[in-house]
Design a protein around this ligand. Structure first.
Ligand code: MCN
Length: 777
């Protein structure tokens, strides 16, 4: 294996850095009309009438539509379980609006500015209602239902693993820790906000959508469902995508409306979301609250765990995942890497008059890791034990893998204890404790925090089917084709949007075929290229798409070996493919370039045995049971007791994602993820007031992290290959985001322990610190 494991520079960087990427809004604009959406200023209101006449008379305006004009197109995402209440997601709101920013009409004009001007002239007659804009307000008895008849605003209410022994365990336990742990609502904030171009193609009889998306096939399915047309009539293409972070792994209503406009107008129409729309009218995530009780033995061993998990999912259930994605993942995976003998969890999705939520990076794992890591710290404090020793006592240990937990999940081989040991060692060697003490000597508060966790990745159909989604994702497919010049084209159903797939997929395939990765081109993100594919989310791509590509490439390698064996008069078993040539093992003189084999197969077919004729091509699929990466994060922070300002000073990640395909890319993923997780802990918060009015509609209010708020992130690798993966790799694209909030919060709490202060919520903002210290600074 020459290329897997090598720090191959990212193939995609050159075009990105030269500004030659092809993002949706860069596509040629000849004849393009532009859409602007009319959005509700109210969080809850009845729409009593919409007058489009002034907008239609505006300069440059070409058309305008309400929901009724388009036939009330809507999506319905379904969990096939009685605890789920299906609700429609209208593309344009008809009778009711349910959050500020919800689109009620669309105007089409000659340019985006004229479209916005015309949209402002649309006269909407609203009758505003009181909004419900908080977990307690929404779930309160008598709260106004967000959807007619929705009792307690509860879209999902599921009790899982209801262990009858728990009450007895709590009654007898030496220590019982109770906590309420919560996390703020976040915006995924991709650099490229959502964008779409839609055009009708008469020749192919298709509406062609260029969309900035993570899931082209699911967007295609959504268009087909909303407009009652066959999937064949829709082609979705994701060009370069400037980040998604989960926000683009669901079907956006505006993109689908554009498909409707192209179907109706037979003219190309474009739309690019502005940042205000992105922050208020797109998708959010992570507004969760955990009420937990955990029983511990005197030695720090966890004896039982009970959790009530409430997720404020906003106004709608998103397609195709539904609003069940956060509570179901949280309730299933809460125990994490710890051996919990008895468990009960109730997970609820509560609707509110806020923007809907999507599976933001990490989904519920940053929160459930936060909960477990807070419990470990609290138990240690109450029992007078070392917090790392308590973790060690409870975590799944070497020799216990594969381990099936109380939640029914089987964890494949990991390095939970080793990663903690190594992190502790590195922290000691680097003198973090001395740094902390020096800062304390200066009058600052300073602390060190850890988090230990696993990241379930590559959710295949065997795992996803347990959720009972009507559309059950999981598998993926790939095809590998060698052209007559010996160059390779790989197509998959995954859809990279910043992860460097073009490079890492090429590394895997290059090794299988014995060619250079530069000879391998990856084509993702086009529904006409792959039969079906589930896109990129859940850190699935390298295990599932890469696994399928590896299998398909293996088949093409077999074809190449057979042709070479025939030409070299050797046995196929003796042929090795490496360095661009097929060689007979042990005979340096017997070799033929792979490009020559490709030329012969295509252009001198008569020289090839009948069964090997007509191209070098194979297709394969892969559908694993899933695999667990793991990591230990450590953070050193200082806290200024006067201003409440928290600074991140040092950060260490010891991570294990099995076989590392490309260390540069993995390190980049880890560092980006840590930045996002630190921001969730210390900076970012989508704010709403009690009337459901957004208070963070610009980047002056929604504080994204910059280099100034971060510090260098040291990354160390352990490699425990997965038996469930073709390449031994495990997914890792969310790990940085999952581990950082807990490590940072534990560090802040360590800093403030002497003041008797401990926070169980994120983000912890300077006013929280100042208030908790009560003016101590
Ligand atoms: N990789 C590797 N070796 C491994 C594991 C992964 O070299 N053992 C490489 C992969 O080849 C791939 C990258 O690391 O190039 C991430 O791989 P993987 O873990 O399979 O995750 P996905 O490619 O499926 O990406 C999804 C994940 C998710 S869920 C979110 S959200 C996310 C993320 O990736 N959003 C991102 N990383 C992002 N990075 C960028 N720049 N932008 C986003 O929106």
């Amino acid at each position: 294996m020459a290329w897997v494991g090598a720090a191959v520079p990212r193939q995609e960087d050159r075009r990105m850095l030269l500004g030659r990427g092809r993002f949706t809004d860069d596509l040629p604009a000849a004849g393009l009309l532009h859409a602007a959406f009319v959005r509700s200023p109210f969080a809850a209101a009845e729409v009593r009438g919409i007058d489009l006449s002034a907008a239609l008379a505006a300069p440059g305006a070409r058309a305008a539509f309400t929901a009724a004009d388009l036939g009330h197109p809507a999506l319905l995402a379904v969990l096939e379980r009685p605890e789920f209440v299906p609700t429609e997601f209208p593309l344009l709101a008809g009778g009711q609006v349910r959050h500020v920013g919800e689109p009620v009409a669309v105007v089409v004009a000659d340019d985006p500015y004229l479209a916005e001007d015309a949209a402002e002239l649309v006269d909407v007659d609203y009758l505003a209602h009181p909004a419900v804009a908080g977990l307690d307000a929404a779930a309160a008895a008598g709260a106004r239902p967000v959807h007619a008849g929705l009792a307690g605003n509860c879209l999902v209410d599921l009790t899982m693993f209801d262990d009858e022994r728990l009450d007895g365990i709590f009654a007898a336990a030496p220590a019982v820790i109770s906590a309420t742990v919560s996390s703020g609502r976040l915006a995924a904030l991709p650099l490229e906000s959502r964008a779409c171009r839609a055009a009708w193609d008469d020749r192919d009889g298709q509406v062609v959508l260029h969309v900035s998306t993570q899931v082209p096939h699911q967007v295609r399915s959504a268009v087909a469902q909303a407009f009652h047309i066959p999937e064949r009539s829709v082609r979705v293409i994701a060009p370069d995508v400037g980040g998604g972070f989960g926000l683009k792994c669901v079907a956006g209503r505006e993109e689908l409306v554009l498909a409707g406009l192209a179907l109706r107008l037979r003219r190309p129409v474009g739309w690019a979301e502005d940042r205000q729309e992105n922050l208020t009218a797109s998708f959010h995530g992570h507004e969760q609250r955990y009420g937990v009780r955990a029983a511990f033995g005197a030695d720090g061993r966890i004896l039982g765990l009970a959790a009530q998990i409430d997720c404020d999912v906003g106004a709608y259930s998103v397609f195709p995942f539904t609003c069940g994605v956060e509570p179901l993942m949280a309730a299933t995976e809460l125990p994490g890497i710890y051996k919990v003998p008895a468990y009960r969890a109730r997970g609820r999705a509560i609707a509110s008059n806020k923007a809907p939520t999507a599976p933001y990076r990490g989904v519920s794992r940053p929160q459930l890791v936060l909960v477990m890591e807070r419990l470990m710290e609290k138990a240690a404090r109450q029992l007078g034990l070392d917090p790392l020793a308590v973790r060690r006592r409870n975590m799944i240990s070497p020799g216990e893998f594969p381990y099936t937990g109380v939640n029914g999940i089987t964890y494949d081989e990991g390095s939970y204890a080793e990663s903690l040991d190594l992190a502790e060692k590195r922290v000691a060697e680097a003198g973090w404790a001395a740094d902390r003490d020096r800062l304390r000597g200066l009058g600052l508060r300073a602390g060190i925090g850890y988090s230990c966790f696993s990241e379930r990745t590559a959710y295949g159909t065997p795992v996803m089917s347990a959720r009972r989604m009507r559309m059950t994702p999981g598998y993926d497919t790939a095809s590998v084709r060698m052209d007559p010049s010996g160059e390779v084209i790989v197509t998959t159903g995954t859809c990279g949007h910043g992860q460097g797939h073009e490079t890492t997929f090429a590394q895997i395939v290059a090794d299988r075929l014995g060619v250079h990765p530069g000879q391998v081109r990856l084509r993702e993100g086009d529904t006409d290229l792959a039969a079906y594919g589930w896109g990129t989310w859940g850190s699935r791509s390298i295990v599932i798409g890469g696994g399928a590509a590896s299998r398909a490439a293996g088949q093409v390698a077999g074809q190449l070996r057979a042709v070479a064996a025939h030409l070299l008069e050797a046995s196929a078993a003796d042929i090795e493919l490496a360095g661009g040539a097929a060689r007979v093992r042990g005979d340096e003189s017997a070799a033929v370039p792979i490009s020559e084999l490709a030329r012969i197969v295509h252009f001198q077919t008569h020289r090839v045995p009948a069964e090997l004729r007509y191209g070098l091509e194979a297709r394969a699929s892969f559908d694993p049971p899933g695999t667990f990466s793991n990591a230990c994060h450590a953070a050193l922070v200082s806290v200024d007791p006067g201003t409440g300002g928290i600074r991140l000073l040092r950060y260490l990640v010891v991570e294990d994602c099995g076989v590392v395909i490309n260390p540069v890319i993995v390190d980049g993923q880890v560092r980006g993820g840590v930045a996002q997780g630190v921001a969730a802990a210390l900076l970012e918060r989508v704010a709403y007031d009690a009337d459901g009015q957004p208070g963070s509609a610009t980047l002056m209010d929604y504080l994204a992290p910059t280099a100034a708020e971060l510090c260098p992130v040291d990354v160390v690798h352990l490699e425990t290959p997965s038996a469930h993966s073709e390449t031994g790799a495990k997914g890792m694209g969310e790990g940085g985001t999952i581990g950082a909030p807990a490590a940072v919060l534990n560090a802040v709490n360590d800093a403030l322990a002497g003041d008797g202060v401990a926070f169980d919520h994120i983000p912890v903002l300077p006013p929280d610190v100042v208030a908790a210290l009560g003016g101590a600074g």
